[in-house]
Write a new protein. Structure first.
Length: 203
């Protein structure tokens, strides 16, 4: 192994150890009763809506866009148990739609117009933004609330003061984008697992 290879290996090991240590500390904070109760309430809203035939809309930018596609796929397919497919749409999925809307109306409207097209009263908009202040996420949440959708905003520590933006505000107590996104996926996975089991039991 060359000196450069050794340095790279040491860097990987250091980052791995730092990530594991951060997760150990973060796990305790995520399990705090208040945050756990908030995640539980948001999950119940998702389960209730899907159980009533409503639609789940999911939105996010960058890494959160990838998570939004992942989450929608889990509900349309399955997470851990077979059950009938559920209506879930990632508003970040279509490159053609995103670039057309961004070009013609502005990037701030790329998710808003998706809410206008698909959102109905009683549906759920699950929005993810590590900062909580992404203009296209804020616009989509406002549009969703005006249309009678249930709104969930998952964010990081910078978004702690954004409770008026959504019915359910879930704040990961971290400033680190990778850790924030990992917790967002944890919450979404637990909701999908719960939906899988509930729908399976209903037959």
């Amino acid at each position: 192994m060359t000196t450069d290879d050794t340095t790279a290996s040491d860097d990987v090991a250091a980052r791995l150890d730092a990530g594991i240590a951060a997760w150990g500390e973060l796990a305790a904070r995520v399990a705090a009763p208040d945050l756990r109760d908030r995640a539980h309430a948001a999950g119940r809203a998702v389960l209730t809506a899907l159980g009533s035939g409503r639609t789940l809309l999911v939105a996010g930018n960058g890494g959160s866009a990838a998570i939004s596609s992942h989450v929608a796929a889990e509900f349309l397919g399955k997470c851990v148990a077979d059950r009938h497919p559920l209506p879930a749409i990632s508003l970040a999925e279509s490159h053609s739609s995103l670039t057309a809307i961004g070009n013609d109306y502005g990037f701030d409207q790329v998710f808003l117009r998706g809410v206008q097209a698909f959102g109905r009263p009683g549906d759920v908009l699950l929005a993810m933004s590590t900062s909580g202040s992404s203009p296209n996420i804020v616009a989509a949440l406002a549009e969703a609330r005006s249309r009678g959708l249930v709104t969930i905003l998952m964010t990081g520590a910078k978004g702690a003061g954004l409770g008026d933006h959504a019915d359910h505000l879930l704040v990961v107590p971290s400033q680190e984008t990778p850790r924030i996104q990992e917790v967002h996926l944890l919450w979404a996975h637990t909701w999908c697992e719960a939906v899988d089991h509930a729908m399976q039991e209903q037959g």
